[in-house]
Write a protein that binds this ligand. Structure first.
Ligand code: GLA
Length: 405
């Protein structure tokens, strides 16, 4: 059992009353959820202990419609996310585990799929783990062949964040804070990061990213949830209809580093401008699909101007049996569509089911991979005195009919 008692229950409302409930048995109301129809409820419990003795907490956040997410302060990982299907039945649509041990296990660390985690300082790859800035060359930790991936050996997905629950007009959620010291994983500057998860009454998960630095440094924060809209552990995602609001993508070499080209998707298996089953073209004879072992590519979103502050529609995914629809909007200029190609059945998830090849997909809103080495890509450099701010919104619903484009 991941939960221990007593656990504390934070009932948010006028005065944000805090009720301490002594859970006598190993009963786990935070895990079964779905019945609590009060707006903005939060519960906190112990999830596990790190090898150095620090406690990892799990927060359950639910909205009035019964949508429920559980987040741990280790890696800011979303460990579960329950949403209704077209019949109002709730399922957990996020791949992940019930215990901290599973997230810390050697098998998991070797496979390193980053289930549900916050990613940084730089989401995606930096070629050879090197870049130049202000006349200096920086060497980052390499953890994907010769390349740097998702922040290095111990990225933001593998650190303990400070967590503050809150309630506001939009909903309830958590503010997660972490300070990455100057030189961490090779990056210049002391980076103060803050990520806010808000579960709204409108069935949205809003993720706000914020960072400041004391030296110029690249920053590209993202979230690495894997979804299976039929429910995690229920098999392949190849029948999901995918729409990506992108007319172009960034082709890669065989180590998944962009070549620098911005290539139109038209006439290629990368054209998701109309909703198309993920599996329809994934086995086509195409060099880019071979390099990615499927889809593992950055799409150039139709609206690239991240400065206006508006989050615009980036992707829409619909699963025909459940009718679940996931819509993702973002202020970011890109989105990595990863079709779970490295899942190999060696990790067993929450229902005791092995996570087979392509049994979950990730859509990582981001700046383009390797931007610090690619002059023609939008800049990812954060300067002292500036504040990094991006927003991504996940909207959960269900409908009988396939969505339009
Ligand atoms: C990202 C990468 C993939 C893979 C996954 C995690 O999506 O682009 O290549 O590393 O993370 O397995």
């Amino acid at each position: 059992m991941p939960f221990t008692s007593p656990f504390s229950r934070l009932t948010l409302g006028a005065g944000a009353a805090v009720l301490l409930i002594a859970a006598a048995q190993a009963e786990d109301p935070a895990a079964d959820g779905g019945d609590d129809r009060r707006a903005g409820t939060l519960e906190k419990a112990t999830f596990g202990e790190l090898p150095d003795g620090r406690t990892v907490d799990v927060y359950r956040i639910a909205n009035a419609n019964g949508i429920e997410m559980r987040v741990i302060n280790y890696g800011g990982i979303i460990v579960s996310l329950k949403t209704p299907d077209k019949h109002g039945e709730f399922d957990d649509i996020a791949l992940g585990f019930d215990s901290l041990e599973a997230y810390l296990s050697d098998t998991y660390r070797q496979a390193n799929p980053y289930f549900g985690a916050l990613i940084g300082r730089y989401g995606n790859r930096i070629a050879d783990g090197r870049f130049s800035l202000g006349g200096e060359t920086y060497s980052l930790a390499t953890n994907d062949g010769d390349n740097h991936l998702h922040g290095g050996q111990q990225g933001l997905d593998k650190v303990l964040w400070q967590a503050e629950p809150f309630e506001n007009d939009e909903g309830a959620g958590l503010v997660l804070s972490y300070t990455s010291e100057d030189g961490e994983e090779g990056y210049p500057g002391r980076l103060e990061t803050q990520v806010t998860y808000t579960l709204t009454a409108a069935d949205e998960l809003v993720v706000d990213y914020r960072a400041t630095t004391d030296k110029a440094t690249p920053v590209n924060l993202t979230q690495h949830s894997y979804f299976n809209l039929e429910g995690e552990g229920s098999g392949s995602i190849l029948d999901h209809y995918m729409m990506i609001n992108a007319d172009a993508f960034t082709p890669v070499d065989d180590t998944l580093i962009p070549t620098g080209e911005i290539r139109p998707v038209e006439g290629t298996p990368f054209d998701f401008t109309q909703p198309t089953p993920i599996g329809e073209r994934i086995e086509q004879d195409n060099e880019q699909l071979t390099f990615g072992k499927g889809y593992d590519h950055n799409f150039v979103l139709a609206r690239q101007d991240a400065s206006s502050g508006d989050a615009l529609l980036a992707a829409r995914v619909w699963e025909p049996d459940s009718g679940r629809l996931l819509e993702i909007s973002t202020t970011e200029p890109g989105i990595q569509f990863y079709s779970g190609n490295f899942l190999a059945g060696d990790l067993t998830g929450k229902q005791g089911q092995a996570y087979e090849h392509r049994s979950g997909f990730a859509l990582e809103t981001q700046h383009y991979p390797d931007s610090p080495n690619q002059a023609n890509f939008p800049s990812t450099i954060l300067e002292p005195g500036e504040t990094y701010r991006t927003r991504t919104i996940y909207r959960f619903s269900a409908q009988e009919e396939a969505p339009g484009s």
